[in-house]
Design a protein around this ligand. Structure first.
Ligand SMILES: NC(=O)c1ccc[n+]([C@@H]2O[C@H](COP(=O)([O-])OP(=O)(O)OC[C@H]3O[C@@H](n4cnc5c(N)ncnc54)[C@H](OP(=O)(O)O)[C@@H]3O)[C@@H](O)[C@H]2O)c1
Length: 337
């Protein structure tokens, strides 16, 4: 039997557990060219919220009554495909379910074998996976940090933000994180090695947050890696230096559909700032290099990662709702086996 979560209802503003429906099905015999994967870990990611909506987006929305999409790592348990054998560990878009039956094709990147001899398989969904590669791209290809510059990153303890800050430190930047709560901020500084971290919850508006940032960065901010939006973005824009670069990676504060306007666009003009949004799936060409570098850094212990693991497929809806509310501490995963 396979157990899966279907997308059952569009959220009415916030995501609730009623948006998802459990469904059991019998797994039929696989055909020639197919494999059956037992999913071990499911990745929960903020982009899933955007897909649960009819609003304009960069990718097609999730259809009602279909298996919730998502990245997974797991083990091939049956194979009628020449390139995969039983026991191979793979990363794929296996979705919110226990088993994934698929027909990998040569021109498709959707099932890849992964080397788990040096790093755990779950890391291919985090620091050495899509979130890490997103951090790598935004930092190296958009921000292009120079040694001695000051960089700010929001959602700093999370899957993307934690990698951004560590890579920027390795490039000689002064790095200031922004995160929710003292525990996350302490981790960002003490464990990840950022220079400072601001608990935005202690500064509930742009003015007070901007003031605090100015205390920590009296010479201004040269680069901003944006994961959140809203008043946090306003506060950072207010502190930009001339010709600052801003990479818009995510705007999670507005993913439930609430408008998160930029309150003072004059700051962009005054700083002559470059603001670039990007989606990592548009840049598949850099994945091999980024993945190799990140996996090597994790294996050597020079790139630290943290995971929030909820156990059992049935825990996925609550874990996802928690992710959107900041309850995760590090990369949010669901352990399925
Ligand atoms: N452009 C791309 O291709 C791409 C790819 C991957 C991810 N992303 C984006 O990158 C961002 C981070 O993703 P991730 O996977 O690394 O997630 P994450 O940071 O591990 O988890 C999300 C975090 O966002 C913070 N957050 C949630 N709601 C917030 C709010 N209203 N205000 C401020 N902070 C809030 C919470 O941290 P705190 O407790 O610190 O508030 C939460 O833990 C997201 O915006 C995501 O959409 C973009």
């Amino acid at each position: 039997m396979n157990r899966q979560y279907l997308f059952d209802h569009y959220p009415n503003v916030v995501v609730t557990s009623e948006c998802f429906k459990l469904h059991d099905e019998i797994i039929s015999q696989i055909d020639e060219g197919e494999i059956l994967v037992r999913n071990h870990y499911l990745s929960l990611d903020p982009y899933m919220r955007g897909r649960m909506s009819k609003a304009k987006n960069y990718a097609a929305g999730q259809e009602l009554n279909t298996v919730m999409q998502g990245g997974t790592v797991g083990e091939v348990v049956e194979s009628k495909h020449a390139d995969f054998k039983v026991g191979d560990t793979v990363i794929c878009t296996g979705g919110w379910q226990l088993y994934y039956r698929t027909a990998p094709t040569m021109d498709s990147n959707h099932v890849r074998k992964i080397d788990v001899s040096r790093i755990p398989m779950s890391v291919y969904l985090g620091a050495a996976g899509m979130p890490g590669i997103t951090a790598w791209y935004g930092l190296n290809k958009i921000i292009k940090p120079q040694s001695g510059e000051t960089l700010v990153v929001s959602a700093a303890s999370g899957a993307v933000g934690s990698v951004v800050g560590q890579l920027a430190k390795q490039k000689g930047c002064r790095v200031i994180g922004i995160a929710g709560g003292p525990e996350k901020c302490e981790y960002v500084v003490e464990t990840l090695g950022f220079d400072d971290c601001i608990d935005y919850k202690a500064y509930p508006d742009a003015e007070t947050l901007s003031h605090e940032l100015r205390q920590l960065a009296p010479n201004g901010v040269d680069a901003y890696y944006e994961n959140v939006g809203g008043y946090i973005m306003d506060a950072v824009l207010d502190n930009l230096n001339a010709f600052a670069r801003v990479a818009i990676c995510g705007l999670i504060a507005g993913y439930d559909g609430r408008a998160i306007p930029i309150s003072n666009p004059r700051a962009i003009l005054v700083a002559r700032a470059s603001i670039t949004g990007f989606i990592i799936s548009d840049h598949m060409d850099i994945w091999p290099q980024a993945l190799a570098e990140l996996a090597e850094a994790v294996a050597k212990g020079v790139l630290i990662f943290r995971e929030s693991v909820s156990v059992g497929l049935e825990s996925a809806p609550d874990a996802f709702i928690g992710l959107l509310q900041g309850h995760n501490f590090g990369k949010q995963l669901v352990k399925l086996i």
